[in-house]
Structure formats: structure tokens, C-alpha cells
Design a binder for this molecule. Structure first.
Ligand code: ADP
Ligand code: MG
Length: 266
């Protein structure tokens, strides 16, 4: 047992898990004495440091949890290079209102036009706003769901996929899903829709081709679209791959012209 309240303060901060306040206690107490702070000023200062530390730890933890393939920021996106996107729509999404409204964001377009970049950048903003986000390639998720079915832990996985505020499903439609995979993916879309938990989805397929995304099942494809589009912001991106454009500008691929561009594997 401590004998002094000074020692008690140190002990209590550890016990309460207020480690930033613990680490800054001595320094702050010295500052408070030197500058003649009121007691409440001292306490407020210390707790503010704790809150800032807590926020940074949450953001760091949620960033690890998100499993981004790489990190991208909205600030790095060159809107001039991509005139088919209205920056005002992205600014609105960056307010994170879509999270509160349970609104989905659907990014459509050919490879290399910035769909994944924007999806990650919006998820980074969501994390900075204190939310949990999880990024997964659509085919990887379908495979995980199928494995979970075989391993008898599908309900647990599905529950986990409805825990995070934002799910980013990348590259839906690049690879064809089997019928069981399509139906598992549909379950996730359905459950998140019912819970008003938004999805950011990227796809190279126009809505008219979604039956092929859902294993040629027109009914399932339209039921999935129904849920995804009921409350959604759709961003149709057109144009050439940014990477190829950059290379062309740098004169690296002088032999690439708009007829010979091969879809890249982004
Ligand atoms: P998609 O997902 O549409 O295939 P990506 O988002 O992967 O394309 O973009 C390919 C690469 O080009 C990424 O490194 C991305 O950061 C970059 N990129 C694409 N569009 C832009 C842009 N308008 N401004 C800056 N970088 C861009
Ligand atoms: Mg992509």
C-alpha cells in the first residue's frame, strides 16, 4: 500500500491504464508548479494528453486491423488527371456522412483509374474519425467464406464481417465466383445492408454485367444490386490507367498508344 498520494497517483494511473498521463505526470507537475497552474488546469492538461494518446493508439490499431494492401490518402489523388470524378462528391464522402447514413460507395471503372486508391483513402478518413474499417479483395473474401463453411465457423466469420463500421470489398467482378461463393458474398451484403453498415465496393463491371459476377444467377445479382444501391453513392470513373498515363508522360513506354494498352492488374 502506498503511503503518499503522490505514489497513489502513479499507482492509480497504471491501474486505470492511463499510461500517457502516467508517463507525463512528473513533467506536467513540474510545469504546473513553475507556471502556477490551477489544480484543474493541471488535471485538464494531463487528461488531454491521455485522450490524444488514446486517439493515436486507436488509429494505429485500427489501421493495422484494416489490412490495407498499401496506404493512400485523398490528398495524393490528382483530380486534374481524372476529370470524370467530381471532386465535390469525394469531398462529401470525406465528411463521413455516408457512414452515419449507412450509405454504400460504389466505385466503377476500368483498371488503373484510381478505384482502390479512393477506397483506401476514404477508409483512412473513416479510421481517423475513430471507426473500424476492413479492406478485403472480393475473391479473397469469397474464398474465406467458403473455407469457413467447410470448417464450420461460417457464422463466426459472418458475424465478424458485420462488426466493423466500414467494409471495403475490392475488385468485385475481376474473377468469376462459383455459385456457393456468390451466395456467401450475397449473405454478407445482405446482413450489412440490414444493419445499415456501409460497404465501399470497387468493380470493373458495369451493373448490366453483374449476373456474370454472381455466377450467372440473375435473381441473386439483382437482389445484391438492390441492397447495394438502395442507399449509395455511385462513382463511374472513365479514362486510361493512371500508371500507363504516367509512364507515357515520362516517355518510358513510347510504344504504348491507346489501342495497344493492355488492362493492368491493379
Ligand atoms: P484501380 O483500383 O482503379 O485499378 P488504383 O487505385 O490501383 O486503380 O490506381 C493505380 C495506381 O495509380 C495507384 O498507385 C494509384 O495511387 C494511382 N492513381 C490512380 N489514379 C490516380 C490519380 N488520379 N491521382 C494519383 N494517383 C492515382
Ligand atoms: Mg484496384
Amino acid at each position: 500500500m502506498s503511503h503518499t498520494y503522490e505514489a497513489k497517483a502513479v499507482e492509480a494511473l497504471v491501474e486505470l491504464g492511463l499510461m500517457t498521463a502516467h508517463d507525463q505526470l512528473d513533467g506536467t507537475a513540474q510545469k504546473a508548479a513553475a507556471d502556477n497552474w490551477s489544480y484543474s488546469h493541471f488535471l485538464g492538461y494531463l487528461l488531454d494528453a491521455e485522450l490524444k494518446g488514446k486517439y493515436q493508439r486507436t488509429v494505429a490499431m485500427n489501421t493495422r486491423f484494416a489490412h490495407f494492401p498499401y496506404r493512400k490518402q485523398l490528398e495524393d489523388f490528382d483530380f486534374k488527371a481524372q476529370p470524370s470524378i467530381d471532386p465535390k462528391i469525394i469531398d462529401e464522402l470525406a465528411t463521413m456522412r455516408f457512414l452515419a447514413e449507412g450509405r454504400n460507395v460504389v466505385l466503377l471503372g476500368p483498371p488503373g483509374v484510381g478505384k482502390t486508391h479512393l477506397a483506401i483513402a476514404l477508409a483512412v478518413k473513416a479510421i481517423e474519425a475513430g471507426h473500424r474499417a476492413y479492406f478485403i479483395n472480393a475473391m479473397d473474401m469469397a474464398r474465406k467464406l467458403a473455407e469457413a463453411t467447410e470448417g464450420n465457423h461460417l457464422p463466426r466469420l459472418i458475424k465478424n464481417l458485420t462488426k466493423m463500421r466500414l467494409l471495403i470489398l475490392d475488385e468485385l467482378g475481376y474473377l468469376e465466383l462459383s455459385k456457393p461463393q456468390a451466395s456467401l458474398l450475397f449473405q454478407v451484403i445482405s446482413l450489412r445492408y440490414e444493419a445499415a453498415l456501409p460497404i465501399i465496393l470497387t468493380s470493373n463491371k458495369a451493373f448490366g454485367d453483374w449476373a456474370s459476377v454472381f455466377a450467372a444467377d440473375h435473381v441473386m445479382a439483382s437482389a445484391a444490386l438492390d441492397r447495394l444501391l438502395h442507399k449509395s453513392t455511385i462513382i463511374n470513373i472513365r479514362g486510361d490507367s493512371y500508371r500507363l498515363k504516367e509512364k507515357r508522360l515520362a516517355g518510358i513506354s513510347t510504344n504504348i498508344n491507346s489501342h495497344s494498352i493492355q488492362p493492368d492488374q491493379s
